[in-house]
Design a protein around this ligand. Structure first.
Ligand code: CA
Ligand code: CA
Length: 294
């Protein structure tokens, strides 16, 4: 592929907003490259660099926004992640006050790791398999701007490790042009992101964008080779879980010709609820069902 339009990582936002000035405009069907900074705006480069010294307003830059012609509220923007290349180094941080056990961390650790095509050197002699994903992918909300560190119906900081190459993320469009932005790539991140970071890195994402007219989803939906899932964020895991189950059941009723009770029972038999992250301003859960059941 040649002449793919690219948005440089210097064009970024710290809040998803319908008033943000587009970095690029394209027609539906376009393929676009997003060059993204890590969640720390590139300020963590050595073990001596500590997050607690960074200004919080430089956390989670999201490259964009991309204006997609013809996208209007009520549509879904389908973002297919074609490739996701990472930088050759990343960082993993343990920070007092951050993550599930932040109250037990008295001293911060910044670990700089090398990343090659397939592996992450987590510690001397300890290699972890690379599984790149994008932590922040979102569109502009209808109402007030939403900081890029917060997840929601617009997507945003979902920190969901299935937002990865080969997947298509469907985001509910709430503003004209959708205004897609992304950042916070991870070379690897476990479910929960329990200490508050994955392997944080710069990245280059190549994505295609399509507009699905009047699709009627309320929350981000993701489809990959195996599963269909809805990604829901709320103040508690219980609220997020109930909303995610409700959203996937509604989708099965609306799009897969099932009765509500059949969809509900099917989810109970073969569905799964997975925790995406428990460390952001809202927690994120995904309700998943194998596509072979649909
Ligand atoms: Ca994140
Ligand atoms: Ca991150």
């Amino acid at each position: 592929m040649t002449n793919i339009p690219a948005i440089p990582n210097t064009d970024h936002i710290y809040a998803f907003s319908r008033d943000a000035k587009p970095a690029l405009e394209v027609d539906p069907g376009a393929v676009v490259i997003f060059d993204t900074r890590d969640a720390f705006s590139g300020q963590i480069r050595t073990p001596e660099d500590k997050l607690e010294n960074l200004p919080f307003d430089r956390i989670n830059p999201a490259t964009g926004p991309l204006y997609v012609h013809g996208a209007v509220p009520g549509d879904a923007l389908a973002v297919s992640i074609l490739t996701l290349e990472t930088s050759s180094h990343g960082s993993v941080l343990s920070i007092p006050g951050e993550g599930a056990l932040g109250d037990q961390i008295t001293q911060s650790t910044t670990r700089i790791v090398s990343i090659d095509e397939n592996w992450i050197e987590f510690a001397p002699g300890v290699r972890l398999p690379k599984r790149p994903m994008m932590g922040v992918v979102g569109v502009a909300p209808a109402g007030e701007p939403i900081p890029s560190g917060t997840p929601g119906k617009h997507g945003g900081n979902m920190d969901t490790n299935t937002v990865a190459p080969g997947a298509t993320l469907y985001l509910p469009v709430e503003a004209e042009g959708a205004l897609l932005a992304m950042g916070d790539a991870h070379a690897l991140q476990g479910d929960g992101e329990v200490c508050g970071t994955g392997v944080e890195c710069d990245a280059r994402a190549t994505v295609s964008v399509k507009v699905i007219k009047e699709y009627g989803i309320q929350w981000p939906m993701l489809v990959n080779a195996d599963d269909l899932m809805f990604i829901v964020s709320a103040p508690t895991l219980e609220e997020a879980s109930r909303e995610a189950v409700g959203e996937i059941v509604r989708h099965l009723v609306n799009r897969h010709d099932m009765s509500f009770n059949d969809a509900y029972m099917l989810m109970s038999c073969v569905g799964s609820l997975r925790i995406s992250q428990i460390v952001d301003p809202l927690v994120t859960v995904r309700a998943c069902i194998g596509r072979r059941y649909l």
